[in-house]
Ligand binder design. Structure first.
Ligand code: CA
Length: 243
């Protein structure tokens, strides 16, 4: 039920790109392969990947230049970038890291090394896609067993509502815009309407029953998950509007 981590592979050498894609697919990732920077940008504009494998030497715009541009952009600046380089020269690695790459890997590399590096950057930069458990007040969510409980009673929620709740709980007490939620939960804020978020928040509140007041609508801003006070009522100043 959990989505596979999306990996954008930007590599102009078809045999290497194919080898990487096959290995990623066999190991629980969802790879997309593009051969140049323009195609990579189109892909990033459409759907945010969870991690980018970026070749240093590309036809047209260089990997370093792409990495710099993504780091400057609000929407893409936190996507982990793993630079692929055929060079072993130390200064090139430093340049790659300076350009905004999180890590680099020198060709030729083993599949195991590549997978380990990808998992490492995902752990460091994208905790929300890790299977874990989180508790806010009396609401508990265990991503590994796919269970949600409130005051010890199990609640049933749909798969999208589960991901949405997981994200809100991991970032509790903070206000999230609909655009942020689309990026973080759906992986895309370009082609999905913001109203989609409202629909799923409404469904989530229905599933949460007594705990529904923990999800606050912050007028003109977005949504926030907050722990309830000990009377079991939503915290003060928690308007609950229809979606
Ligand atoms: Ca290349």
């Amino acid at each position: 039920m959990r989505k596979l981590p999306r990996v954008l592979v930007v590599e102009d050498e078809p045999s290497i790109a194919e080898l990487i894609a096959v290995n990623l697919r066999h190991n629980g990732f969802a790879p997309t392969v593009v051969f140049d920077g323009a195609a990579a940008q189109r892909e990033v504009d459409a759907v945010l990947p969870d991690v980018i494998l970026l070749d240093w030497m590309l036809p047209g715009e260089s990997g370093a230049s792409l990495a710099r541009a993504w780091r400057k952009n609000e929407r893409t600046k936190t996507i982990p970038i793993l630079m692929l380089t055929a060079r072993s020269d130390e200064s090139d690695k430093v340049q790659g890291l300076d350009a905004g790459a999180d890590d680099y890997i020198t060709k030729p590399f083993s599949t195991q090394e590549l997978l380990a590096r990808i998992r490492a950057v995902l752990r460091r930069r994208a905790p929300e896609i890790v299977n874990d458990s989180v508790q806010v007040g009396e609401l508990a969510l265990d991503a590994a067993t796919y269970r949600i409980t409130f005051r010890g009673t199990e609640l049933k929620v749909g798969p999208t509502e589960f991901k949405l709740l997981h994200y809100l709980m991991k970032h509790a007490e903070r206000v999230h815009t609909r655009g942020t939620l689309l990026d973080k939960v759906w992986g895309d804020h370009v082609f999905i309407e913001e109203r989609t978020v409202d629909v799923h928040v409404k469904r989530l509140r229905e599933s949460l029953g007594e705990a529904s007041g923990m999800i606050e609508t912050v007028r003109g801003a977005g949504y926030r998950l907050t722990s309830m006070n000990n009377t079991g009522r939503p915290a003060q100043g928690a308007p609950i509007s229809a979606a």
